[in-house]
Design a protein around this ligand. Structure first.
Ligand code: CAP
Ligand code: MG
Length: 406
């Protein structure tokens, strides 16, 4: 089969086909040949038509069935994939094709997995509804902080910062993506001490509080750490999904621990940021939901990160829209956030999301507890449609934050 034989613009996709949308910039070949080449190299084919195949193999070929404005839709028969094996699916549709010489740029813009394949994965255990139940926050956006400085704090200092953030009004305190079990803050000790102050903060505030512990490590070790968190009375863990990899994510989810799993996407922009080449974040968001994590970073539009509003909303749709009965997953807005940005965030995201701030809380003039209070005050104002300026007249922490972060 030649590349062009993998193109059929009259092909009607089957219900069980996997469908991928690729943005293609060919180099020295036609768009049709390029689309066919991607269908070939990401399914059964290769560069030479001299390769003879049994007809039953040929029947399994992927088909480029629409080509328009630089975008091609490619359908893959479900038999090409192994049930319940996410690395396998990605090794086909997001594997070698990005490196082809005859393709200048290639971006996987979207992916559709059929119900039959989605059902071979666990899906989220808690999702939005389960998280709201655990935190007993039925309506408003959740408020979270990341302990800053990212690294270096000794365990008791880490716990003290967490305590101040909780009593100031945060629902969630999380480790930063690069904190694991370094000598200055060993894992077990950190979990025990931080959950201890969590309990004190709950007693003091009367509110439910959760600690999102970073368990990112070698897979066996990650499982051991997650089980330790569960044993110690923790309800949440976080994982750096891309540096851990899809196999490790599936292994963690398949252990079905009573833990909400938060997906940090450290490293994503290496392949999601370039609009011409790589993999769109929406694809990652969909697949993380199918594997079964409960909340995922999606970008914040108004913060320090680069994503545009349209991309962030696509990411949110991938997590919250109907998908064969899978639980909706909670989007997380993070990166350069502070109280002044909360009204815009609520306007963009609605109520079902997490507002997560590190510098925007711990950098407050009066310290962490006041920083958390200022965030909470800004959220109260936004939820009751009162302007921040008006609300800050009677809330000093918010006033100080608005002065600090114009
Ligand atoms: C934010 C953060 C998060 C990023 C991740 C950081 O801190 O802790 O990891 O938001 O990016 O390390 O930068 P600040 P994204 O609140 O102090 O900015 O959400 O885009 O995946
Ligand atoms: Mg971070």
């Amino acid at each position: 089969m030649r590349y062009i034989d993998f193109v059929n613009l009259n092909y009607e996709p089957k219900e069980d086909d996997v469908i991928c949308d690729f943005r293609i910039e060919p180099l020295g070949i036609s768009m049709k040949e390029a689309a066919g080449g991607i269908a070939a190299e990401s399914s059964i084919g290769t560069w030479t038509e001299l390769l003879t195949m049994q007809s039953y193999v040929e029947d399994l070929h992927a088909t480029a069935f629409t080509i328009k404005n630089g975008l091609a839709k490619i359908a893959y028969p479900i038999e090409l994939f192994e049930d319940g094996n996410m690395p396998n699916i990605l090794s086909s549709v997001a594997g070698n094709v990005f490196g082809l010489k005859a393709i200048k740029n290639l971006r996987l813009e979207d992916i559709h997995l059929p119900k039959r394949l989605v059902k071979t994965f666990k899906g989220p255990k808690y999702g939005i509804a389960g998280i709201r139940e655990i935190l007993r926050v039925p309506e408003r956006p959740l408020l979270g902080t990341i302990i800053k400085p990212k690294l270096g704090l000794k365990t008791q200092d880490h716990a003290n910062v967490a305590y101040n953030a909780w009593v100031g009004g945060c629902d969630i305190v999380k480790d930063d993506e690069n904190l694991s079990s370094q000598t200055f803050n060993p894992f077990e000790d950190r979990v025990v001490k931080t959950l201890d102050v969590r309990d004190r903060a709950e007693d003091q505030t009367g509110e439910k509080k959760v600690y999102m512990v970073n368990v990112t490590a070698e897979t066996e070790e990650m499982l051991r750490r997650a089980a330790f968190v569960e044993e110690q009375g923790g309800e949440y863990v976080m994982v750096d999904i891309l540096t851990c990899g899809w196999s490790a994510l599936q292994t963690l989810r398949d252990h079905d621990l009573n833990l909400v799993v938060h997906a940090h996407r450290a490293g994503h922009a290496a392949f999601t940021k370039n609009p011409k080449h790589g993999i769109a974040m929406r694809v990652i968001a969909k697949l993380v939901r199918i594997v079964g994590l409960d909340q995922v970073h999606v970008g914040a539009v108004v913060g320090k990160m680069s994503e545009k509003k349209s991309e962030v909303l696509e990411n949110c749709d991938a997590l919250r829209n109907e998908m064969y009965g899978l639980k909706p997953v909670l989007p997380v807005a993070s990166g350069g956030l502070h109280p002044g940005l909360i009204p815009s965030l609520v306007e963009i995201f609605g109520k079902d999301f997490v507002i997560q701030a590190g510098g925007g809380i711990h950098g407050h003039r009066y310290g962490t507890a006041s920083g958390a209070r200022a965030m909470r005050q800004a959220l109260e104002a936004a939820m009751s449609n009162v302007s921040l300026k008006e609300y800050s007249r009677s809330h000093v922490e918010l006033a100080a934050a608005l002065k600090l972060w114009k």
